[in-house]
Design a protein around this ligand. Structure first.
Ligand SMILES: Cc1cc2nc3c(=O)[nH]c(=O)nc-3n(C[C@H](O)[C@H](O)[C@H](O)COP(=O)(O)OP(=O)(O)OC[C@H]3O[C@@H](n4cnc5c(N)ncnc54)[C@H](O)[C@@H]3O)c2cc1C
Length: 477
């Protein structure tokens, strides 16, 4: 991984005062952030090893304000990096030094809830969890559940096509999104998709979802809301080897069982998390699975019985089926705080790749060998059911060369994912982190076809330009 930001354009830097003067009348006074101290809060995102001071930060309150800012930036050649809550683990929300950040966090209202048709219309800066919070009184919820759901916005979820533990059953953002209001790079406001499952014409919504803030600014979204299941029960399985846990996962999927979630943690992750969350995880296990099923009491009972039967063939060292809401909450508290618990004890980079589930045992073994070879600890926490790996590579940023070693190990892991028939991302996107590795996944001709799509939406490459595509070999409009 070689992460470089383009050198800020001196011509833009020289015009900074004039640009700020042009932006000032377009938003409320407090919505234009210009001082160095205040801008520092926006210099990084979840990829905290990298920092860049943005030219300015603009925090509009309406679609009309977003449109005015975008029109100004387009007319004046100013680059724009959209931002939600800044939790991207791929560096997607870090601005290069000559770009403004346009944050939508102030636009966080619920605009409409239609329980009969199971949709909610929200502003883009609303947090993921707040959507479920707004509909839970009627027994509904919004399904995709990134572990960052308390903080991350639906805008960021749409841009990264985010997933979460329960996406094994419910799909990721693209499967739960019906429409968006998109402000184009020149300020034009367009509606994409609608209130229905499918819309006539090209699937532009599918294009916008996962486009990492490169095609326009999402200011509103219509999402599906689902009726919550009658009940849910997680179970914890401890294993004496990584291979057994991986093979058990593959066997459950191969048996055609779709639990609502199937999460994996290895020994390092179990210990780090248990020290923080005291979730009752098996400290003596080499690996652990959280498997959750949902439905009526009987349905949960039946499905868990089948899962336990399969798991027994892989010699589980412990087995605990949740017997209460409190136990279920503790099990999930551990998993959802695993990244935070890791951050408490070490710097880390979180990799995000996807592999065919049948390759789990082999890939887990090789991840261990790769990190050993670099003299680094690795804690594996991931969505095992859909093969979405999150090795957390621990390093010390204050030790010269450690970040580079961690990055080299990360590169090797992501290349391994591609080699075994998987891909570079699962749910965190490409951002700056995997931009150069895209060459490993795609031929230049494939990359160029994707870039031509960007050219249609943003021919001047003003929108989040230093992300997703390798810096060399870009295709001009
Ligand atoms: C502790 C932790 C746990 C996490 N767990 C998960 C997980 O389980 N699953 C998962 O998928 N991700 C996870 N993430 C990653 C991250 O939370 C997601 O990528 C999330 O969707 C980012 O949302 P955000 O609001 O923070 O967006 P930001 O980080 O602000 O931005 C992310 C991307 O979206 C673009 N963007 C933001 N707003 C807009 C807009 N209005 N219009 C167009 N583009 C926009 C940005 O330019 C950027 O490219 C985790 C992160 C952390 C720190």
């Amino acid at each position: 991984m070689s992460i470089a930001f383009p050198v800020p354009d001196p011509e833009i830097l020289a015009r900074r005062d004039a640009i700020l003067a042009g932006l000032r009348p377009l938003v409320a006074a407090e919505a234009l952030v210009t001082t160095e101290d205040e801008r520092r809060a926006f210099e990084t995102d979840g990829l905290t090893a990298y920092r860049q001071m943005p030219l300015a930060v603009v925090l509009p309150s309406t679609t009309a304000e977003v449109s005015a800012v975008m029109a100004y930036c387009h007319a004046n050649g100013v680059r724009v990096v959209p931002r939600g809550a800044g939790t991207s683990l791929a560096g997607g929300a870090i601005a290069q030094g000559d770009a403004i950040i346009l944050g939508v966090a102030k636009m966080a209202r619920v605009l409409d809830i239609d329980f009969a048709n199971r949709t909610a219309r929200v502003e883009a800066g609303i947090t993921n969890l707040a959507i479920s919070g707004a509909v839970s009184h009627e027994g509904f919820f919004y399904a995709p559940d990134p572990s960052s759901q308390l903080a991350c916005t639906i805008a960021g979820n749409i841009a990264m096509n985010s997933g979460g533990a329960h996406c094994l059953k419910y799909g990721v953002t693209t499967n739960n999104l019906l429409g968006v209001t998109l402000v184009m790079n020149d300020g034009t406001v367009v509606e994409i998709g609608g209130d229905h499952l499918d819309s006539p014409g090209y699937d532009l919504l599918g294009l916008v979802c996962g486009s990492e803030g490169q095609l326009g600014i999402v200011t509103e979204a219509t999402v599906r809301i689902l009726r919550a299941a009658e009940g849910a029960r997680p179970a914890l399985f401890g294993f004496s080897s990584v291979e057994d846990a991986g093979a058990c996962t593959a066997a459950i999927i191969a048996a055609g069982i779709i639990p609502v979630a199937m999460e994996y943690m290895d020994r390092e992750a179990i210990l780090i998390t248990e020290d923080f969350a005291q979730a009752g995880y098996p400290r003596d296990a080499e690996a652990m699975l959280i498997i959750e099923v949902e439905g009526s009491d009987q349905e949960c009972e039946d499905m868990l019985a089948r899962i336990v039967d399969i798991a027994k063939a892989f010699n589980p060292t412990s087995l605990k089926v949740s017997q209460s809401e409190t136990e279920s909450a503790a099990i999930w508290k551990g998993r959802k705080s695993a990244f935070g618990a890791t951050g408490r004890i070490s710097d880390y980079i979180c990799m995000d790749g996807t592999i065919p589930t049948g390759q789990l045992p082999l890939v887990l073994e090789r991840i261990g060998a790769i990190c050993d070879g670099h003299g680094l600890r690795v804690a594996n926490v991931f969505h095992a059911g859909d093969g979405n790996l999150h090795p957390l590579i621990l390093f010390d940023i204050n030790k010269p060369g450690e970040l580079q070693k961690a990055e080299a190990a990360g590169d090797a892991i992501l290349k391994l994912c591609v080699e075994v028939g998987g891909c570079l991302t699962g749910e965190h996107g490409v951002g700056i982190e995997k931009r150069e590795l895209m060459r490993f996944q795609y031929e230049q001709v494939d990359l160029e076809q994707q870039m031509r799509v960007k050219n249609v939406f943003d021919p001047l490459w003003l929108m989040n330009p230093a992300k997703v595509f390798p810096l060399e070999g870009r295709v001009a409009a």
